[in-house]
Design a protein around this ligand. Structure first.
Ligand SMILES: Nc1nc2c(ncn2[C@@H]2O[C@H](COP(=O)(O)OP(=O)(O)O)[C@@H](O)[C@H]2O)c(=O)[nH]1
Ligand SMILES: [Mg+2]
Length: 424
């Protein structure tokens, strides 16, 4: 694999260089911001983008190239396309009468080898069946044991469920879904699944998945925002990832949709804590405006009239600080023009998330972004939130890397987080 590192001012510059040096099949392996030059205490060096790109040697020798659109997508999203390894090259030599005699014993050997392989195939097929049956048996026993443990450790005197539903009830609760919600789901499922189907674990699991998919709402990112100009404001407590997510959404809009994007940050405290966003704006190559009240915000939005997307980042705001909340409400309490997104971390405990949503809910909230899924192991809280507040989820973020660690929130993905469908 060829690895190459570039220090550039923005991602477009990197893409051009990578395409030129490594070709269209290259993939971006990582991006990070680094300081160039030492400056005072290393603080004031120029911040540049360091992009590492790679080209797989196999791709270099692959006989057929993917169509250009796929190759471009591979660069844009840093993902590998499905590759078919090149067929092995078998040298061809013409035979002559002279070496016919040499070939005869060789042919005999090949015939013997074929017979041995056939025999092995028959044996391994039987062996394979045996192993699968053994595994099935063990899985059944484990499920039974799990049920025993579960029913002994937790008493649900009033909850009489068939084994499969009880296991899934426990799984959802273990995944953080509130007991009363989990209970509602399994009882509803019990009413609607036949006795026979209840014996089939996969059937019951898929049935529950479908029910959960009906409960949760998603927005398809910011694609469904009605006005042709999409204005998205990210609000929420400090440290949840608003600024990082703003940069990721800008990159998504530029790279995937080729839209013209501008950034605004609302710095009501006038502490000019905007260096992080300024650095991102530079790397992504979008204009940035810093505003401190509604009048300035309106002016900035008007100045970007010919832009397709405006992403508005906000400074940290504690839901308990009434003055800050008041200022924020003054700016964002407006229906229609702005798509207000409440950014919440998947690592925050339910009770705090509820308090945050209630306080920020004094402004119109159009969707929710859950960040830091990579740092959480219990995703039930996303469902608890969806059931309690009925707000749709727009994006999920899964790491610190800009731009790659963001994905559109889909119902399938959210349900999978809770029920592990894809891993079963
Ligand atoms: N692990 C992880 N860290 C994240 C994610 N999103 C943001 N962060 C980190 O969380 C910290 C706070 O992010 P920042 O965007 O400054 O939060 P803000 O105060 O809400 O603007 C930074 O260290 C980010 O790199 C994520 O999805 N996963
Ligand atoms: Mg921030």
């Amino acid at each position: 694999m060829d690895l190459k590192r570039y220090r550039v001012n923005n991602i477009q510059e990197a893409l051009q260089l990578i395409k030129k040096d490594l070709g269209p099949e290259a993939v971006i392996v990582s991006t990070r911001q680094v300081k160039e030059g030492k400056g005072t205490f290393g603080l004031f060096g120029k911040t540049v983008l360091e992009v590492t790109a790679a080209l797989d040697q196999e791709q270099k020798t692959a006989p057929a190239k993917p169509p250009p659109s796929q190759a471009a997508a591979a660069i844009a999203y840093g993902k590998k396309e499905h590759e078919t390894p090149p067929a092995p090259v078998i040298p061809f030599r013409s035979s002559s009468k002279d070496n016919q005699s040499l070939l005869l014993p060789l042919q005999k050997d090949v015939q013997e080898l074929k017979e041995s392989i056939d025999e092995i195939k028959v044996r391994t097929a039987t062996y394979g069946d045996h192993v699968i049956n053994q595994l099935k048996h063990e899985l059944g026993e484990m499920r039974h044991m799990l049920h025993m443990i579960v029913s002994q450790s937790v008493h649900h005197d009033d909850l009489h469920l068939p084994e499969n539903l009880m296991i899934l009830f426990q799984q959802m609760k273990f995944g953080g879904l509130e007991e009363k919600f989990a209970r509602r789901v399994v009882l509803e499922a019990q009413k609607n699944i036949s006795e026979e189907d209840l014996q089939n674990f996969s059937y019951v699991k898929i049935f529950l998945a479908r029910m959960l998919m009906k409960i949760i709402k998603t927005t398809n990112g910011i694609e469904n925002i009605e006005p042709s100009q999409k204005i998205v404001s990210l609000i929420g407590p400090t440290g949840v990832g608003k600024t990082t997510t703003a940069a990721k959404i800008c990159s998504e809009q530029i790279l995937q949709y080729k839209r013209k994007v501008a950034l605004i940050t609302v710095d009501t405290l006038r502490i000019a804590a905007v260096e992080q966003l300024r650095a991102y704006a530079k790397v992504i190559n979008v204009p940035l405006s810093i505003v401190s009240d509604k009048v300035e915000l309106d002016r900035a939005i008007s100045s970007y009239a010919d832009y397709d997307v405006i992403v508005i980042d906000t400074g940290g705001c504690s839901q308990r600080d009434e003055t800050q909340m008041f200022e924020l409400r003054d700016i964002f309490d407006e229906r229609g023009r702005l798509h207000n997104v409440l950014v919440l971390s998947a690592t925050t405990k339910d009770s705090d998330t509820n308090e945050i949503t209630r306080k920020f809910g004094s402004m119109p909230l159009d969707s929710i972004i859950f960040t830091k899924l990579d740092e959480s192991s219990s995703y039930g809280s996303i469902f608890n939130h969806a059931i309690r507040f009925k707000k749709p989820v727009s994006y999920l973020t899964t790491g610190q890397n800009v731009p790659e660690d963001i994905e559109l929130a889909t119902k399938e993905r959210l349900v999978d987080l809770l029920l592990h469908i894809s891993g079963s």
